[in-house]
Design a binder for this molecule. Sequence first.
Ligand SMILES: [Zn+2]
Length: 446
Amino acid sequence: MTSVVSTHDSALKPSSAILRPLVAAAALANAGFLGFYATAPAQEPTSGETTAFVNGSWYDGNGFVPRSMYVRDGVFVDAPSGEPTTTIDLEGAVVLPAFAEAHHHMVLCEPGRIESFIDAGILYAAILNARVSSRSCQAEFHGDGSVEIVNALAGITASEAHPSQIGLYFLEEDDVDGEWVHVIDEAEDLDRVLARIEAVRPDLLKIFLSYTEDYAQLRTDKTIEPWYRGLDPAMVPDIVRKAHSMGLRVAAHVMSATDFEVAVDAGVDLVAHLPGFAPGAAFTDDEEHPYLSALESDPDRYRVSGKVAARAAERGISVATTVSGGSPTAAIAENLRTLRDAGVRLLIGSDRGEFHSVDEAVFLVEHDLMPADEVVQPLAVTTPRFLFPERAIGSFGPGAEATFVALRADPLVDIGNLRVPLWVVQRGAVLRQPQPAKQVLTQGQP
Ligand SMILES: [Zn+2]
């Protein structure tokens, strides 16, 4: 008997699969390439219908291996003893775990951008600063069938410092503190502000550092715009320590190499930019300003030393790339080399409104900043796992969430192939399929 069903049929919807793979988390979070298919210690589902995905080549951390994969209740399972209920023919596609975006803002509660992320196979994103009130739309717009997010809500900065000025586009001046940022100028403000943050409970905490080596000067020089100001570096270790004791991971905005070092020594979890991503007057085009123009001609401002990179690697600190919004300068190339040589974990993030991490990944390879394999792996494996460390994602092992992207051709051969996803599947539910829709589902033998 053969039946033709739509891929939106409820047979493909996972039922209660989301919580099951949590058990597998610890093992998978640190699994290296060789552990890619390692069996997760999750309980395999024992009921439900099995879907076979055939004629695909599946990522193993190094390349793509032809095999059939089986999904039941939203997670990968070993081959069933009986016949699968449904078979989907991937027609030679290459399959990766779904992609993540390590640094974004605009996909939050924004239906058009959410659709464009799903189109691109990006099903996870970190929102690294947002209005506190965005919590209320998050449940409605994100989750099953959408992009899953970790939301930093409002981050911590100083008064008249980045990103307060952005809040003025949509808030009255008096409403920025507490809704768009939390302001700390003195150490004695910290506990009060952390209590306020605890009350709104972000998924992680964002802090803003900017040219901390010149903190005292920038604090008083009113010719410098808020874009280039940030927190007092002396307070950063305390902020990070207390945030960690509240169970919050910390992501740091940085501009200079000194900011990077301050963040690393304070023990942040994520450095949200590569130093040099916005050199000189990049934010304001104020090329005439003596301070900002001097920055541009001083590459040492942005150069991360091998020693600091080694400390970042030792502490397991991740760094989001965010370089595709500018030009691929020598400082960016050098920092990427230094961090890679030191073994620092790089995450793929764009921090760009109308663009996303696939654009960032393609940019990195097309400008010879990173090789394709070192971009594809964090896009599909390391970044998703960093965002949701408690979940079994970024893997095809039994028990892992069946959330993946099937591309028309191998992105390790031509990075442009990242831009041609044919199938996007989330916990076994088909969100995108080749157009025009092919009725390729049959009941019976794979
Ligand atoms: Zn950002």
